[in-house]
Design a protein around this ligand. Structure first.
Ligand code: SAH
Ligand code: SF4
Ligand code: F3S
Length: 475
């Protein structure tokens, strides 16, 4: 059997894409290996959102140069966002790469590998650029790969990602995603519902809907328009599904109908990732985010009012063009005030091809970016820890995902699996819980009593039937 090694970086879109590529290659007889040296085909599913992510791939490719020389039959492929972004440059920087395939052409991967093996030489398949054709042609060239799912291919049989939206048209000035993922397209509700029903019939309990601005989902067919909230109500009807999550939300589209759906639908996760990016109006304007800080605050206040126990998370960029100390302090004020469950904080990385790179100087020194990043991270960690501490003594409901990272690593090292193991799972508001349990509990929803907490994790024990009523459920 040919062996495939695949490495995935970037967002959940890439995780899903890799799952689908692996499934397609398994159908062709491939089996997965974790060892690059053993692989007949090596694929990197890449991300272009920051320069660092791209450079790491070039370093990984550099390490393969000798292996390829020793074994010229090894097929090396770069797929995903960086393939779309760099195209031939990948071949220039790493001439021994055989395949460069964009996110819109992933269904061709098995055939392209065959072509390489038959001696057809380097293969490049990418979508049209955002100015390289008619809107319809560009849109079509970016259509993503969502074949029917194969349950044995998913990372866990009871959890799955479902793409509901492809691409992005928001064009935030710092962001490469609209170039590499193409125009915003919403998938038809029929396709989404069919996929979700199929997943549920195969034992899937939790689905996570994916879109760059997932709550902007809108599908028009004749007279009928399906909004994101309509889709949530339809998905909620599906028997077998117990949890519906979705990422990432666009602040401006957090409308009352979406909040009402999250509040009223018991299967909807009470967790909203709504990136603010900055707490300064000048910065939001330079980023072309399309809202002011006051509007973001209003959205947040409305969210907490409608769904008091909701967990909100955010992304911030520090050191974007022109960010002064005052601008940064305004972002810090927002973090302090909003009490996000967590924030992902990024140092601005200029992306060639974006409006930001064309029009705005990358003028905050790297040292300042680093300091601001650390300062904001420290504040957010303090808040996250205090937020998690509120759960001490409470009982929470957890969907058990599998052995914790530490346990999985230990098991892999020792090559043995014990029935009783440290497990991890998530609450309805996406808090990570670690506890000692039985492997049989994986995939089940169980009650856990919380006895310890740090910024990122709750620690607990399985609650058995006879535990007294003094433990109240918070989530
Ligand atoms: N579609 C999502 C985010 C996609 S990218 C949204 O609109 O929220 C994920 C995160 O990476 C962004 O939220 C942003 O915080 C960060 N990011 C994007 N481009 C970046 C850049 N050029 N430099 C640093 N961080 C960036
Ligand atoms: Fe990038 Fe903005 Fe689109 Fe998010 S909304 S993917 S940050 S352009
Ligand atoms: Fe990166 Fe592409 Fe996602 S650029 S963040 S992997 S859509």
């Amino acid at each position: 059997m040919p062996k495939l090694y695949i490495e995935t970086v970037g967002c959940q879109m890439n995780v899903l894409d890799s799952e689908l590529v692996v499934a397609a290659l398994r159908k062709e007889g491939y089996e997965l290996t974790r060892v690059v040296a053993d692989a007949d085909t090596v694929l990197f599913n890449t991300c272009s959102v920051r320069e660092h992510a791209e450079e790491k791939i070039y370093s990984a490719l550099g390490r393969l140069k000798n292996a390829k020389q020793a074994n010229p039959d090894k097929v090396i492929g770069v797929i995903g966002c960086m393939a779309q972004n760099h195209q031939r440059t990948v071949f220039e920087r790493a001439p021994y790469v055989d395949l460069v395939v964009g996110p819109g052409q992933l269904h061709q991967v098995p055939e392209l590998i065959r072509k390489v093996q038959q001696g057809a030489g380097q293969q490049l398949e990418v979508s049209l650029g955002r100015k390289d054709g008619s809107k319809q042609d560009i849109t079509r060239s970016h259509e993503s790969f969502d074949p029917l799912r194969d349950p044995t291919m998913r990372p866990t049989p009871f959890q799955a990602y479902v793409r509901i939206q492809i691409g992005c048209d928001k064009f935030c000035t710092y962001c490469i995603v609209p170039s590499v993922r193409g125009p915003e397209q919403s998938r038809s509700p029929e396709h989404i519902l069919a996929e979700a029903r199929q997943l549920a019939s195969e034992g899937c309990k939790e689905i996570t809907l994916l879109g760059q601005t997932v709550n902007s989902y809108k599908y028009k067919e004749g007279e009928r328009t399906t909004r994101f909230s309509d889709l949530l109500y339809s998905l909620h009807e599906i028997d077998g599904l117990t949890r519906i999550k979705f990422v990432t939300n666009y602040p401006k589209d957090m409308t009352d109908d979406v909040l009402a759906a999250v509040r009223d639908l018991p299967k909807c996760s009470k967790y909203l990732h709504v990136p603010a990016q900055s707490g300064s109006d000048a910065q939001l304007k330079a980023m072309r985010r399309g809202y002011t800080v006051a509007e973001y605050r209003e959205m947040l206040a409305r969210t907490y009012e409608w769904i008091p126990k909701v967990a909100v998370t955010s992304d911030f960029i520090v050191g974007f063009s022109g960010e002064t100390d005052e601008d940064f302090q305004m972002s810090m004020d927002l973090v302090r005030e909003a009490r996000f469950k967590n924030s992902f904080i990024f140092k601005y990385s200029e992306r060639p091809g974006t409006k930001g790179a064309q029009l705005l100087p990358d003028d905050v020194p790297d040292e300042v970016k680093r300091e601001r990043n650390n300062e904001m991270l420290a504040l957010q960690n303090e808040i996250s820890e205090a937020d998690n501490q509120r759960f001490l003594g409470d009982r929470v409901q957890v969907l058990v995902e599998g052995p914790s990272k530490t346990a999985a690593k230990k098991e892999a090292e020792l090559g043995v699996e014990h029935p009783v193991v440290q497990l991890t799972g998530r609450t309805m508001c996406d808090r990570i819980v670690v506890f000692e349990g039985n492997r049989r509990q994986i995939g089940e929803t169980i009650d856990i009593g919380i006895y310890d907490a740090n910024a990122h994790t709750l620690f607990g024990t399985v609650v058995t039937q006879h535990v007294g009523p003094e433990l109240v459920s918070l989530t």
